[in-house]
Design a protein around this ligand. Structure first.
Ligand code: NAD
Ligand code: MG
Length: 480
């Protein structure tokens, strides 16, 4: 990439992690063999095979659910809430103590820059456990009824974009509310979940409270359709989310779905342009754009369009794309060959449908899965790159003239997970925010997360909220 400054390489050492050649399933407090054919997980930046991971078949999942049920009935359910809180505090502290190990392992298995796994994923995962630890003995004061009760066994399926953080979003509220868990990590990023299993052992968490079953979609299906699961929580694609909603329909299971997005990031003509450009970059290039709430549609007021796009391109020219283990890297590797193919397919549509594609100069590494930060201008709302979730570092720029037009264009999507507004004017921010059909709206910032703040969407972005008081409700019965 063209760069204002040349940086010497600053690679993080991987010696802190000890990746085993193979991993089993974590059931009832122990690592055990799976009956399926093991999966290989690779480092997407090098295509190096990191480890072989067991695959759970239906009968393995059944063992995990039975272990979770036993723990719910015998230990975790009856435990004093304050004692459950102590375990969660212990897990949170262990995550902090072993933060570097988690960050390095996450970056190796996922491809995200070490700067992000070190400064965002791992600290936020610990923060989720700290936050929920505090709730464990205060649930009757959460405004969810006088004596809310846990649901039982939670079956949880998570994606590959924030492997440890999505685990924390699922496991921490489930345990704090007295439920036990069977969690399936994504097939391309299972390693930090398995390291988390070691943390559970280190924390002396009673066996069966957390069970981790690895595998691909079939394993996920076995988890969500197991008859003794009381609660299903899923984060991933809208397509799989729909199939899960169908599988769960007509059962007693409770369901939360956190699916895709196509967020509008709206820049008004009074916004400080340099600050907005930082927010646009953070909105779409954070985590290579593998973010459900990414600001993938930039709506710029027409009068400042050319200035914003020129500043943005200048700024993108300074982003460093490459070795995720380098502490100076801004954009790492695309998580998998499949995801890279999906990004390529959608950007090809952008060009054939008539939008103008811009990418910075520079070469990408020879091995691994890579995609340059990409900006499409001359985009119309009917183009596929303006409608479909790319889930990659690809921005579609459109314009508007009035606030009403900005709102109409922002809401013109089948999704409704997040949005951003850039303006100097507080009254305008409040008025526009009120009209946006998005679960989270950021003002003069983007991709800011906190465990106290509920996260979730409208329409095809799913239902239910994660985080905050609202997130607790998804794991509690308040009916008596
Ligand atoms: P996916 O929905 O297929 O996978 C997410 C998780 O669900 C994985 O753990 C997977 O093994 C599991 N799964 C797959 N099929 C299942 C089934 N039938 N029943 C139960 N679990 C199942 O997502 P993907 O294929 O990795 O990505 C496809 C697209 O989804 C991406 O391009 C992106 O647009 C979107 N996506 C969104 C998010 C998000 O955070 N909202 C995360 C990942 C992917
Ligand atoms: Mg991997």
């Amino acid at each position: 990439m063209t760069s204002l400054f040349e940086y010497a390489p600053a690679p993080e050492s991987r010696s802190i992690v000890d990746i085993r050649p193979s991993y089993g399933l974590f059931i009832d407090g122990e690592f055990v063999d799976g009956t399926g054919t093991p999966l290989k997980t690779v480092n997407p930046a090098t295509e190096e095979v990191l480890s072989e991971v067991a695959t759970a078949h239906e009968d393995d999942v059944d063992r995990a659910v039975r272990a979770a049920r036993r723990a719910f009935v015998k230990t975790w359910g009856p435990m004093r809430p304050a004692d459950r809180g102590k375990y969660l505090f212990r897990i949170a502290r262990l995550l902090q103590e072993r933060a570097r190990e988690f960050a390095v392992l996450e970056t190796l298995d996922n491809g995200k820059p070490i700067r992000e796994s070190r400064d965002v994923d791992v600290p936020l995962a610990a923060a989720h456990f700290f936050y929920h630890a505090g709730w464990a003995d205060k649930l009757e004061h959460a405004g969810l009824g006088p004596a809310p009760r846990p649901l039982g066994v939670a079956g949880q399926v998570i994606p590959w974009n924030f492997p440890l953080l999505m685990l924390a979003w699922k496991v921490a509220p489930a345990l704090a509310t007295g439920n036990t868990v069977v969690l399936k990590p994504a097939e391309t990023t299972p390693l930090t979940a398995l390291l988390f299993a070691e943390i559970c052992q280190q924390a002396d968490l009673p066996p069966g409270v957390v069970n981790i079953v690895t595998g691909a979609g079939e394993t996920g299906r076995a988890v969500i359709s197991h008859p003794d699961v009381d609660k299903v929580a899923f984060t991933g694609s809208t397509e799989v989310g729909r199939s899960i909603a169908r599988a769960v329909a007509g059962t007693e299971k409770r369901l939360t779905l956190e699916l895709g997005g196509k967020a509008a990031n709206i820049v008004f003509d009074d916004a400080p342009i340099d600050q907005a450009v930082e927010g646009i970059v953070r909105g779409i290039f954070f985590n290579q754009g593998h973010v459900c709430c990414a600001g993938s549609r930039l709506l710029v007021q027409e009068s400042v369009h050319d200035d914003v796009v020129a500043s943005l391109q200048r700024r993108i020219g300074t982003l460093r794309v490459g070795d995720p283990m380098d502490k100076n890297t801004d954009l790492g590797a695309i998580n998998s060959a499949e995801q890279l193919a999906r990004i390529r397919e959608l950007t090809a549509f952008g060009e054939t449908e008539g939008a103008t594609c811009w990418q910075p100069d520079g070469d990408l590494p020879d091995r691994g899965f890579w995609f340059k930060p990409t900006v499409f201008t001359d985009v119309s709302p009917a183009h596929r790159i303006a409608r479909d979730e790319v889930f990659g570092p690809v921005l579609s720029v459109m314009t508007f003239r009035t606030p009403d037009e900005a709102v109409a264009k922002a809401n013109n999507t089948t999704y409704g997970l997040s949005a951003g507004i850039w303006s100097e004017k507080g009254s305008r921010i409040l008025k526009v925010t009120d009209q946006l059909r998005a679960g989270v709206v950021w003002a003069n910032t983007f991709n800011e997360f906190d465990p106290t703040s509920p996260f979730g969407g409208y329409k095809q972005s799913g239902y239910g909220r994660e985080g905050g008081r609202q997130g607790l409700a998804a794991y509690l019965r308040s009916d008596s």
